[in-house]
Design a protein. Structure first.
Length: 270
């Protein structure tokens, strides 16, 4: 077995990218596996028993879930004319696989979380399974927490819920977006409740570089009330994501009705 790994690539979170390459093989049994870490897809694997030694092209589409590393693993027989060669490897942001399955690329930060895809918002996959999920009602054991969405209509919202006193952390990433105006803001509604030290931070990332949190709120009561928050869009890149980071223990941090709007937070009247 032999392995070859690319350098780490950074692309906008939750967007499409592709891996293109050409391979050529000998006549004896061999295999090629392509492992793409930081993506939505599993390994691509293929075994060869006999080829005409021509170059073959493949293209693999995936969704960005973290820093991208691509590893090519070749298994070749140790006799005869067995070999496996690679050439023209490219890793590109955007669709480039002609005829492949079309992958929808979310491009809108504004979301009320009423659809199952949550407008392309995605959890960061950390060391455990804790994260944000869509809910329509939730009451923790001490009868605190939000039982309805912020409009009081029993619709959906995103929430990070911890049932024990162990402190957990969750990150919810928006689809990448381009700020095309001189002054824009992201408004949202949040609900923080429970017995533990609940905290909500909001900030922007650009190619996985985290900005300074521009919003920070800790639980100050056990009243399950929705409040409105706002952060100014300060990311200098054309492709950024807004991140909602919740620290939760025996409680809930909920987010609803996120909106990308024109203007600064200072001009917000309601």
């Amino acid at each position: 077995m032999a392995a070859l790994t690319t350098g780490t690539q950074y692309f906008p979170y939750n967007q499409v990218f592709s891996v293109n390459l050409q391979y050529r093989t000998g006549h004896n049994p061999m295999s090629l596996t392509v492992n793409i870490t930081g993506s939505s897809r599993g390994d691509w694997a293929h075994s060869f028993t006999d080829t005409d030694e021509n170059w073959t092209s493949i293209c693999l589409d995936a969704i960005v879930k973290g820093p991208i590393d691509v590893t090519f693993i070749g298994g070749v027989a140790g006799n005869g004319r067995s070999y496996l060669a690679l050439d023209d490897v490219t890793i590109s942001y955007g669709r480039s696989c002609i005829g492949s399955t079309t992958l929808e690329t979310p491009n809108n930060v504004s979301c009320s979380f009423e659809t199952e895809d949550s407008c392309g918002y995605t959890n960061y996959d950390g060391e455990n399974d804790f994260g944000f999920s869509r809910k329509q009602s939730w009451t923790i054991s001490n009868n605190t927490g939000t039982t309805v969405d912020r409009n009081g209509l029993g619709r959906s919202y995103m929430a990070a819920v911890a049932l024990t006193s162990q402190i957990e952390k969750a990150k919810l990433y928006s689809p990448s977006f381009s700020s095309t105006k001189n002054q824009q803001r992201v408004t949202f509604w949040y609900n923080i409740n429970g017995e533990g030290p609940q905290t909500l931070k909001v900030y922007f990332t650009v190619q996985w570089v985290q900005g300074i949190p521009s919003f920070r709120k800790t639980k100050d009561s056990l009243i399950p009330a929705w409040e409105k928050g706002c952060v100014d869009v300060t990311a200098s890149s054309n492709l950024a994501s807004v991140v909602f980071e919740a620290t939760v223990a025996s409680g809930i941090v909920a987010v609803d009705d996120v909106s990308l709007e024109d203007g600064a937070c200072a001009t917000l009247t309601s």
